[in-house]
Design a protein around this ligand. Structure first.
Ligand SMILES: [Zn+2]
Length: 109
């Protein structure tokens, strides 16, 4: 492929000016020639990978936030359950509170 890339590149400076890309075309997509830098297939794949990485990172942050916000209620429910079990009293209410706190920490409630 001896033709040039069809994309334009911005000329550095404060005023927006463009010049044709100086690279030789290496791929043809929908009848237009593109260089390796402006290859739309490669750029779409790169964008999809970046989006997937962002979604994964966002999901991880959300899980950390959920666990951090559930930690105080988990701790207090655990302390209450141990106190109820140690005293020999009826621990069913503390047990239910502990189950509820665990479900909340797991994101089920
Ligand atoms: Zn180009």
């Amino acid at each position: 492929m001896s033709q040039m890339c069809c994309k334009a590149t911005r000329i550095p400076g404060s005023w927006p000016r463009y010049k044709p890309c100086k690279n030789k075309a290496v791929i043809e997509v929908d009848g237009k020639n593109y260089c390796g830098v402006h290859d739309p297939v490669r750029l779409a794949k790169k964008s999809a990978e970046r989006d997937a990485a962002y979604r994964e990172q966002s999901a991880r942050r959300t899980e950390v936030w959920r666990l951090n916000s559930a930690a105080p209620s988990l701790l207090s429910a655990g302390i209450a359950l141990i106190a109820a079990l140690d005293s020999g009293d009826d621990a069913r209410a503390a047990y239910a509170a502990m189950k509820s706190a665990i479900a909340k920490a797991k994101g089920e409630a």
